[in-house]
Design a protein around this ligand. Structure first.
Ligand SMILES: Cc1cc2nc3c(=O)[nH]c(=O)nc-3n(C[C@H](O)[C@H](O)[C@H](O)COP(=O)(O)OP(=O)(O)OC[C@H]3O[C@@H](n4cnc5c(N)ncnc54)[C@H](O)[C@@H]3O)c2cc1C
Length: 436
């Protein structure tokens, strides 16, 4: 059977999911073609940029010293923005960097490195090629088997295809595994990269050379639209962006670009960007539906990995997609390797991919955070908690000659001034504990 095909495996998409799947399959001795529509992998890709890297270290031990990573995150800041200020939590902990945990990355640098690792392992990289169609055989027993891909005039016949083609995954739609995601399962990500000298970044964010900070921002940065913002330190630039729920944007007739421009001018943000030079700007869809988005992820001759499978977790504190993409690629490579070895690429045999995924941290974390999307749909999360906290802290720190009150009394008065009621706090608190 192997003689009839051009390659054992075609991996479509050289993002983190595709390049890791191609690397692992090539290491097992399979003949692999890795196809990406970008002139170079990464040219069309956009990510906030915090990669939770321990899973990548399993594939490329010591990758932090070899790959083009930006900074090791040792400082996590979560801030509620009010219209003219912010209230936050600031965690500084060197244990976060050793062993490697989160690092910032720029995809224009990381993706070429990942695809070069796949090439080094023996995969054949085809950049600048867009896959237009899946080749599907309708078998006499009524089953359908994916047997390759068409890119322009070229037909590539394979034993199995890995759909690593990102959030819009037309391959999984063409195979009938999923439909176009509804608006409430998607968010719009808008991101800019702002150049600043490394020393300025270290002073402004209070980090040592090589170390970095990740700020998660909620509240006024989205002006009432569900979502949040991020501000991450690279070596000599900052990644700043918003992730905005698509259904809410549409319902509120707001546009992402205007919200983003206002966000950049927010007093709690603008100071970090001062004198920076905007060098990159783009937008991209983000999966937002959590476990509900994960439908069928394999069929005969096809497995779906990473964003294409709907694997993203937005907990409000962290946006995770790259580590889940890599984790799913590991599970897919194991399942495909086994299927190739027994020469059975049927839907039944490839079903071990789903089992492996749910036995791994990917499926377990998707399940743990299954309630996060519904929790983050509560509109008051974005408009009312920041001002409430700011009011409480103002009474604590704004000292004058009037006698002080205990914190509980201060909080009660602030709550009376806020549209939030005690039952809202209880309901949100319980939902938050269950969801996060
Ligand atoms: C604004 C924003 C912020 C984010 N922040 C973070 C973060 O901080 N941390 C994190 O872990 N995740 C983050 N994510 C999510 C993360 O970027 C994705 O989960 C991750 O990129 C998924 O990797 P992937 O390999 O599955 O898909 P992708 O990285 O999207 O790669 C898909 C690849 O497929 C190629 N392709 C698509 N169609 C075709 C075709 N027909 N033919 C050939 N090639 C094709 C594309 O060119 C691309 O290279 C963020 C996303 C956005 C948009």
């Amino acid at each position: 059977m192997a003689d009839e095909v051009d390659f054992d495996v075609a991996v479509v998409g050289a993002g983190p999911a595709g390049s890791v799947a191609a690397t692992l399959l090539a290491r097992q001795g399979a003949s692999v073609v890795l196809i990406d529509r970008g002139e170079a992998p990464g040219t069309k890709n956009l990510s906030g940029g915090v990669l939770y890297g321990r899973v990548l270290d399993e594939v490329f031990p010591g990758f932090v010293d070899a790959a083009p990573v930006e900074r090791r995150i040792v400082r996590n800041v979560v801030r509620f923005l009010t219209p003219d200020g912010a209230v936050g939590v600031d965690q500084v902990d060197p244990r976060l960097a050793d062993p490697v945990n989160a690092v910032t990355v720029l995809r224009a640098k990381l993706d070429p490195w990942l695809s070069s690792q796949a090439e080094e392992a023996g995969a054949f990289l085809m950049p600048g090629v867009r896959v237009d169609e899946l080749l599907i055989d309708d078998r006499s027993d009524g089953t359908r088997q994916v047997v390759g891909v068409r890119a322009g005039e070229d037909l590539l016949r394979t034993r199995v295809v890995v759909a690593a083609d990102g959030v819009n995954s037309f391959l999984s739609q063409a195979a009938g595994l999923r439909t176009k995601p509804p608006a409430h399962h998607l968010a719009v990500g808008v991101k800019a990269v702002v150049n600043l000298p490394a020393g300025v970044i270290e002073d402004r964010f209070g980090v040592a050379p090589g170390d970095g900070a990740a700020h998660a921002l909620v509240g006024d940065c989205t002006q009432g639209v569900g979502g949040g913002g991020f501000l991450y330190t690279n070596r000599d630039s900052l990644s700043i962006g918003l992730v905005l729920r698509l259904d809410d944007l549409l319902a509120q007739h707001k546009d992402a670009v205007t919200l983003f421009e206002t966000f950049l001018e927010h007093p709690a943000v603008a100071g970090y960007l001062r004198d920076g030079e905007l060098c990159e700007y783009g937008s991209h869809l983000v999966n937002e539906g959590g476990l509900d988005m994960l439908g069928r992820i394999h069929t005969g001759g096809l497995v779906v990995v990473g964003d294409a499978a709907g694997l993203t977790i937005n907990s409000g504190l962290t946006v995770r997609g790259m580590d889940l993409a890599i984790g799913s690629a590991i599970c897919a490579a194991e399942a495909i390797g086994e299927a190739l070895s027994v020469d059975d690429l049927s839907e039944r045999q490839l079903g071990t991919y789903r089992t492996r995924l749910f036995d791994s941290f990917v499926g377990k974390d998707m399940t743990t955070y299954a309630k996060a999307p519904a929790f983050l749909e509560r509109p008051r999360m974005y408009s009312q908690y920041g001002p409430l906290l700011a009011d409480i802290l103002r009474d604590v720190f704004d000292l004058d000659t009037r006698p002080r009150r205990h914190l509980l009394g201060v909080a009660r008065t602030a709550l009376k001034r806020s549209p939030l009621r005690v039952k809202d706090l209880v309901s949100d608190g319980l939902a938050g504990v269950r969801a996060l």
